[in-house]
Design a binder for this molecule. Sequence first.
Ligand code: AMP
Ligand code: MG
Length: 352
Amino acid sequence: MRAEIVKMSADNLNIEAIRKAGTILKEGGLVAFPTETVYGLGGNALDPEASMKIYAAKGRPSDNPLIVHIAEMGKLSEIAAEIPEKAKLLAQKYWPGPLTMILPRAAVVPKETTGGLDSVAVRFPSDRIAQELIRAAGGFVAAPSANTSGRPSPTMAEHVIEDLGDEIDMIIDGGQVGIGLESTIVDFTEEIPVVLRPGYISLDMIKEVLGEVQMDRGLLITDSNVKPKAPGMKYRHYAPKADLTIVEGEMDAVIRAINTFAAEAVDRGTQVGIIATDETREKYPLGIVKSIGSREDEDSIGHHLFEVLREFDHCQVDAIYSEAFFTPRIGQAIMNRLLKAAGHKIISVSES
Ligand code: AMP
Ligand code: MG
């Protein structure tokens, strides 16, 4: 293990360790840290070599741009060449928070950080540890999710250690993150703002502030000729090692179908994994059943999604069946991740 691991919490900050982490970042090193969405893998956003190190540590294609994290509103104008009025409005409403805005790039931001693009992705996180670290590092921290490319995003320090413990200099362990899904990305380089990645801040919450907003066509259509505009959204992602299939439909029919698949697996001499909820977990007698949360509390489902996918990597299952979670507010964000993890394999069942 190469990384130094330092534990702290938002109301008991270890200022000395944050200062040390800030120095590591200023000198071109890499530090993973908690945010309210998922853990980030930080490097100095203005240092092209630090960005190259991030791509290398994650095994991430270098055409997949990084999000630049700031910790003061005033810093935005230093890295964005232009800030449209609508972007200012949205930032006023949801920053600090789980919102990333795509804006024209200022020249100080190296192309390495933006994957060669002339735009830059910017976020002001609300997590206190993240904010203190960003300030200690000089104000601009490039931070994609702190997982190996393609694996589920990390929601606790143990996930970061598992993926990147040997690759980076320090990991700040701030416990489990709050939201568990990556930020909502809104692109302001188009006339009408476009949501490139759904997240905790829903389309409706953005519409409330901006009026007209579009959803990226590449997110809505699974046609491989329509490419999502966020380069990262085109990659297979979040995938557990076992084959994942989503089963959608009326609840009783879903339970019956999943139990049939589980029984067939037992006949073949294998086990299946089942992603259920607190309300349904008792209804699956076979297989390894994990509850992702409660349908009464959709945030709990978002919060546990990546954790449950990772847990199945430590179980002897070769197939996983999951209920679908089209919940009212963040269902779009949850199902975007789950569908990608399943390679878009979804079976619709109906009451017979
Ligand atoms: P992650 O850092 O792992 O949350 O991923 C960042 C996401 O933001 C990826 O899907 C990127 O493709 C996307 N992204 C970052 N910068 C830009 C940009 N300038 N234009 C479009 N998408 C971007
Ligand atoms: Mg990621």
